[in-house]
Design a protein around this ligand. Structure first.
Ligand SMILES: N[C@@H](CCC(=O)N[C@@H](CS)C(=O)NCC(=O)O)C(=O)O
Length: 218
């Protein structure tokens, strides 16, 4: 069986969310780098797969799906050796889904609304309300963690692999000194998610190199 193809770029938090999920679940993918700055995602062939031209995009033997959260749930349901990353138990799955929606509707937009104006519009100042928004949502993540080790309870799930990709990116704008549970969880992810370094560390470094210089102005 040929592994599904993931069109991806390392600096992208949602792409790293997929790379972390498949590393943790032991799923093999053929990862193909797409260069956003060269417009490769807007070429006709790419648009046939994903008219929304976003990365990551998955091609599983001609079946195309995009949005990292849709991709990871599909891949784990189809290819993981067990359901531990995304349990079939309805209530456990519902909590993970809530965290995935939080990542998609809150954390990723928090990144995009800072990063896109810097990358594409020459903006050099980060508005304070964007920083406050990150802080407010780091506080929610502290509450989600509560006394648990992981984002959706006491086992590693897709909630962790998606959210860690976003949080390690947002940390360039807001450090975790005020969020002890979140800081401990980041360390836990680094130590315990199989394949963490390859899936996340290099991409986070690229992200921090791109945006770190704006931090002092925030
Ligand atoms: N919610 C989406 C976000 C995808 C997204 O916006 N990716 C960015 C890279 S981080 C992208 O492809 N931007 C290029 C574009 O939208 O044209 C996901 O989780 O996959």
């Amino acid at each position: 069986m040929t592994p599904p193809i993931l069109y991806s770029t390392d600096a992208s938090p949602p792409c790293r969310g997929v790379l972390l999920a498949v590393a943790a679940a032991g799923i093999k993918l053929n990862v193909q780098e797409i260069h956003l700055m060269d417009g490769e995602h807007r070429k006709e062939e790419f648009l046939k797969m994903n008219p929304q031209h976003t990365l990551p995009t998955l091609d599983d033997d001609g079946f195309h799906i995009w949005d990292s959260h849709a991709i990871v749930t599909y891949l784990v349901d189809k290819y993981a050796k067990d359901d531990s990353m995304y349990p079939k138990d309805l209530q456990k799955r519902a909590v993970i889904n809530q965290r995935l929606h939080f990542d998609n509707s809150i954390l990723f937009p928090a990144i995009r609304e800072i990063a896109a104006p810097i990358l594409y519009k020459g903006v050099t100042e980060i508005p304070q309300d964007r920083i406050d928004f990150i802080k407010q949502n780091f506080e929610f993540l502290e509450i989600f963690l509560g006394n648990s080790d992981w984002m959706a309870g006491n086992t590693l799930t897709l909630a962790d692999t998606s959210i860690i990709a976003s949080v390690t990116s947002l940390m360039v704008f807001v450090p975790l000194d005020q969020y002890p549970k979140l800081a401990a969880w980041v360390k836990r992810c680094e130590d315990k998610i199989p394949g963490y370094a390859k899936a996340n560390t290099a991409g986070v470094k690229i992200f921090h190199n791109l945006f770190g210089k704006f931090f002092s102005k925030a």
